[in-house]
Design a protein around this ligand. Structure first.
Ligand code: HEM
Length: 163
């Protein structure tokens, strides 16, 4: 027997200015992903001289270092906010999960490799290898974010089909 109040709720559509509970979360996600895309674009663009084998210094290195702070602070915020997508009530596309995990793992490796270089532990040779790891992990961020964006889209279209 359906509860009369529940049926009445279903029959009347909510006022236009009243957002569904998930809507705010989606805007937070959009904002965080937008920031991540911007910061990773700056970090990748500023590292272009090093990737092309040219000296890495001056304004490019300065900008790389300024943007790096934003990633060090922003990546954990992004990861903590988006981890709720893994709640079992809301199944997500595989590419969505893989894109998120790859973005966070590559981001952590990008940061950890630089952090390890700062410690008085690695030899010069090991530092060079750590910078190789940094480069590969950093350049993996872009395809990882692209995969995440595709996955988010697939999850959204699947949930529209179900509702
Ligand atoms: C998408 C993110 C990033 C990309 C694509 C990226 C890419 C690169 C590349 C290609 C290099 C040159 C490596 C080499 O010499 O072979 C480099 C150097 C460096 N990066 Fe990044 N990076 C990113 C994020 C970061 C972050 C988050 C930090 C700091 C926590 C950072 C700090 C550095 C430092 C200190 C260097 C060495 C600069 C030098 O050789 O003087 N990068 N990065």
């Amino acid at each position: 027997m359906p509860n009369p109040t529940e049926s009445a709720d279903l029959a009347v559509s909510p006022p236009k200015n009243q957002r569904r509970p998930g809507a705010i979360g989606r805007w937070v996600d959009r904002f965080l992903i937008g920031c991540l895309v911007l910061v990773v674009a700056i970090l990748t663009a500023t590292s272009a001289p090093a990737v092309l084998g040219r000296p890495f210094g001056g304004t490019m290195l300065l900008t790389h270092m300024m943007a790096s702070g934003a990633l060090v602070f922003g990546l954990p915020v992004f990861a903590f906010a988006m981890i709720r997508h893994f709640l079992p009530q809301h199944p997500i596309a595989r590419s969505h999960a893989a894109g998120f995990l790859l973005t966070v793992t590559a981001g952590l490796l990008t940061i950890a490799s630089v952090f390890a270089c700062m410690l008085p532990i690695p030899s010069t040779d090991q530092m060079h290898r750590l910078m190789q790891v940094h480069k590969i992990a950093g350049l993996t961020m872009t395809p990882a974010i692209v995969l995440l964006l595709i996955g988010l889209r697939l999850t959204r279209s699947a949930s529209h089909h179900h509702s």
